[in-house]
Every structure is written in C-alpha cells, then in structure tokens.
Design a protein around this ligand. Structure first.
Ligand SMILES: Cc1cc2nc3c(=O)[nH]c(=O)nc-3n(C[C@H](O)[C@H](O)[C@H](O)COP(=O)(O)OP(=O)(O)OC[C@H]3O[C@@H](n4cnc5c(N)ncnc54)[C@H](O)[C@@H]3O)c2cc1C
Length: 468
C-alpha cells in the first residue's frame, strides 16, 4: 500500500472475526486501512479445542493475517498491542516490544474481542487455563497428552492413585466450548489412545463437565440441552450441574453442590471454558464518553455501533453489548460489515440511516464424532445430519483454500480413522509449562519434583542389551 496524504485513514484494532471482516469489507473503498493486532494471525476460535486435542494444526485455524490480506492493497497490517485510544485527539497508540507508536485516524473500528474470565479468581488460571488463544490450545495439548504419558509412568511404578489423578480431566463451563472439549477428551481417551499404552487403559480416564448452571448449553433450546446431556453421559462423561467451583489448585478442583456441600476432585488437568471479559479497551472508551461497561466489561454501543459524540468510531464484536446479542462470530462479522458499509457510504457523501440489525443464522455445537446439535430458527437438528451441517459451515468459514483442504484431510484421519496428526508435544509443553512443575510443589524442574518419578529413576538399573 502507498498511503496517500489525502485518503481517509481507517484504523482497525484486532484481527479476529470483527477486525478481519471489517478490513475485507473495505477492500474496494478509497481509504488507507491500518489493521493493528496483538497477534500476527486471524484466529478461528471455534476450532481451538481441536488444536488442544491433537486434531488440527495451529496454522489451519490461525492463518497469518498478512497473508489473508496480501492482495488487498489498501491495507497495512501491523503487529502491536493497542494500549491507548484518544477519542478527542483521534489517535491510537500501539506498543510493540515496548516501543510505542501513535497514529491519527479519520475512522476507527475497534474489534479487540474478549479474554477469558475466571470471575475474579485469576489465581485459578495457572491450574485451569482457558482457551482463547493458540498458546492456550498448545498449553492444553501439552497438559492433556503429557498427563497420559505421566500416568503411564506412575502406573508402571505402582502409583495407581497418581495415575488416576493424572487421567482425570475436569472441564469447567458447559457451554458449546466446554461440551466440545469434554466430547473430544472422551473420543481421545476411548478411541484414539486406547491401544497405545501398556500400564494404563486410557479408556478408564475420568472426564467431568461441570457448570454452576442447571443445564448444559444454556443458550440452546431445552429439548437440545437434554439430548446433549444424555449423549455426553453415553460417552462416559460425568456431567455435574449446579456445581460452583470454589477453589482450584495444581492437584485438583473444589466445588460446592446445590446444597452448599463442598466436594473435591483429584485431577491434574483442568480446562476453564466458563467466562469471558471484554478487552480493557472497552472500559477505556466507555470512560471517555461517560458510559458504563456491563458486568462482562462490554461497552454499550449506540444502535449504529458508534459511540456518543463520535460517529467516526465503531465498536464491534465481543467487546460490545447491544440488544442482548451473544458473543458469537456471526455477530462480530455482521457488525464489522455494517461498520465498513457506513464508512463506505460516508466516503460517497451518503449515509446509512438504518441501525445495525442482526440476522441470526443459527447456533450449533458438536458433541463428538458424528454427533452434533444445530438450531436454525425453529428447526432443530441433532445427531449425524447436524454434524454434517457443522462440518460444512465450519469449512466455509475457515479462512483460505489451503486450510480448508488440510482441515478436511485431518478430519478424515480423525473422524473416519482413529488417528490424530497433532499429538506431538515439546518438552516445554509436556509438563504444561507451569502446572506440571507444581506437582510435588517445587517449581523448578517438574521431573525431579515428582517423588515417584525420581525414585524410579534411581532404582531402575540399566539393562544389558539383549544377546544377538
Ligand atoms: C474456544 C471458543 C470457541 C468458540 N466457539 C464459537 C462457535 O462455535 N461459534 C461462534 O459463533 N462463536 C464461537 N466463539 C466466539 C467467537 O470466536 C467470538 O464471538 C468472535 O471471535 C468475536 O470476534 P471479535 O472480533 O469480537 O474478537 P476476537 O475474534 O477475539 O478478536 C479480537 C482481536 O483483537 C486483538 N486484540 C485484543 N486486544 C488487543 C489490543 N489491546 N491491541 C491489539 N489487538 C488486540 C486480538 O489479538 C484479536 O486479533 C468461540 C470462542 C472461543 C474462545
């Protein structure tokens, strides 16, 4: 791009669904677009759980934003953490490797999304990581596959309680992400890994799906909730509802049931899929225009997605509260396209007068291989047809032809066969960076801290090479 001195400058913050689709919708506009995002990729968050469970590669769900927009000459992509937006001065400040840069804008689209929320208990994050980024998914992949490896060693040395805790998995949050994650953990342990170990039977792994609410998939129709719960239980997943998490540590999780009675599950691997908090940029903007953010930190936008007194600033996606719309990809995409349409209209001296309105294309979630649920208007689809629909929709929305082809191949491998192409874990991941370091309560070297592992290492004499 050759930024001109005269073309209007559009800054887009974020390369998620909102940011990327806004940039694309400005492809033919006579503007200079600067897209600034913390990561260099566009992340397809709905498939993160498939990276965490070894089905897909990070590259398939997170193509480089620069590559996706390479042919769009009016866009410049920049890696940077936006730390400040000055609405009065019309500037955005981004920081990269500690170095700040400030840019002026004529139009601004803020699509900074949301982060995981542990509901005020950020100390849980270390032991029950969320799933919002590629790093999170790889961290979880390390913890999950690493737990089976360690369980094999524990069982081999007779430490069966330890092996049981290592092969107990707790997923907190029974929304679509939690359901999909629990379902895949069941598939992984019951199908993929079933022949691979000698001292443990991965099929004995215990999987809990826990939620403080009284139903799984609270945002879906009641009939689908019941079916989903039954399907999860058929997969051997313990669904604990009305269960409020009160503590999480390296070795387990404590929760209170509906009667306020406290229980504990010994489980080394926990996954937090329970809550989100909007980007802090929402609060920063709200304070400048005298608005209050909601409990999830989202900014209440005007019906045309702008801010009071600032028709040049749009907020879209997960960081916005408007008409009770859910934090889903379609909302971010449609809002981004609407904001871009308004900007394009302004350039031609026109105006888009109608407010943003959302077209609900439906809701879907997979439970396991060949089983999903979908809600499209009044139509409710379950089982295999819903799963095929789910496959098709996700393939359409995965960015890039290459990724679509390789994703389809990986799905064939995993769903028709038993395999998972992405089971490898690096040494850094095998101990789940921090969590496994805490086993034995000494933070330096995981292996040395696991009493039974160190004992075994000392006792095991080298064997002579077999004759011949
Ligand atoms: C695990 C998971 C599963 C999901 N499953 C589904 C599903 O099945 N269906 C569905 O419709 N929705 C699903 N969602 C929700 C959906 O992904 C979000 O609604 C959607 O991503 C919102 O788009 P967004 O652009 O608002 O935010 P995001 O896609 O989160 O993008 C935010 C962008 O802003 C960048 N950013 C954040 N802060 C800054 C900053 N300060 N400076 C610079 N850049 C910044 C981030 O790096 C990112 O590029 C899922 C979400 C998760 C986490």
């Amino acid at each position: 791009m050759n930024p001109s001195a005269t073309r209007p400058r559009v800054i887009i913050v974020g390369s998620g669904f909102g940011g990327l689709f806004a940039a694309r919708a400005l492809a033919k506009a006579d503007v200079d677009v600067r897209l600034i995002a913390r990561t260099t990729h566009h992340l397809f968050q709905p498939l993160l759980y498939q990276v965490a469970t070894g089905i897909l590669t990070p590259g398939e769900i997170a193509p480089a934003t620069r590559e996706v927009l390479a042919r769009q000459e009016n866009v410049q992509v920049e890696m940077g953490d936006v730390t400040g937006i000055d609405l009065a001065g019309r500037t955005v400040t981004a920081v990269t490797l500690g170095v700040p840069r400030t840019y002026g804008y004529d139009h601004l689209i803020v699509a900074a999304g949301a982060d995981q929320s542990w509901f005020g208990n950020d100390q849980f994050a270390e032991f029950a990581p969320g799933m919002k980024s590629v790093d999170d998914a790889l961290e979880l992949r390390g913890r999950i596959f690493g737990a089976f490896e360690l369980a094999e060693l524990a069982a081999a040395s007779g430490h069966h309680d330890e092996a049981a805790a290592l092969t107990t998995f707790v997923v907190v949050g029974a929304g679509p992400t939690g359901v999909e994650m629990a379902g895949q953990l069941a598939e992984l342990s019951r199908r993929t890994l079933k022949n691979d170990f000698r001292h443990i039977d991965p099929r004995d792994a215990k999987i809990y799906l826990m939620d403080a609410a009284d139903a799984v998939l609270g945002s879906f129709d009641e009939s689908l909730r019941g079916k989903t719960q039954a399907a999860l239980e058929k997969l051997g997943i313990d669904v604990l509802l009305g269960a409020k998490v009160v503590d999480v540590d390296a070795r387990g999780i404590d929760y209170e049931d509906r009667d306020g009675e406290r229980h504990r599950i010994e489980a080394l691997t926990k996954v937090w899929a329970a809550g989100v908090a909007a980007s802090p940029l929402a609060r920063q903007l709200a304070e400048q225009v005298g608005l209050e953010v909601d409990r999830a930190g989202r900014i209440p936008a005007l019906p045309d997605l702008t801010l009071p007194g600032h028709p040049e600033v749009y907020v879209v996606g997960d960081m916005v509260s408007l008409d009770g719309l859910p934090g889903v990809a379609q909302v971010a995409i449609q809002q981004a396209r609407y904001a871009a349409r308004k900007i394009r209209a302004t350039l031609g001296g026109d105006q888009v007068t109608e407010p943003f309105s959302y077209f609900d294309k439906g809701n879907m979630a997979t439970i396991s291989r060949f089983r999903a649920i979908a809600e499209i208007g009044k139509l409710k689809v379950t089982g295999f047809p819903a799963w095929v629909l789910w496959l098709a929709v996700h393939l359409v929305y995965i960015i890039g032809f290459k990724s679509r082809v390789t994703t389809l191949l990986h799905w064939l491998v995993s769903f028709l066969g038993r395999g998972r192409s992405e089971r490898n874990i690096t040494e850094q991941q095998i101990f789940g960076r921090i969590a496994m370091n805490r086993v034995g309560n000494i933070p330096e070297r995981a292996g040395r801290n696991v009493g039974w592992l160190a004992d075994e290492a000392d006792e095991d004499e080298p064997r002579e090479a077999p004759a011949g």
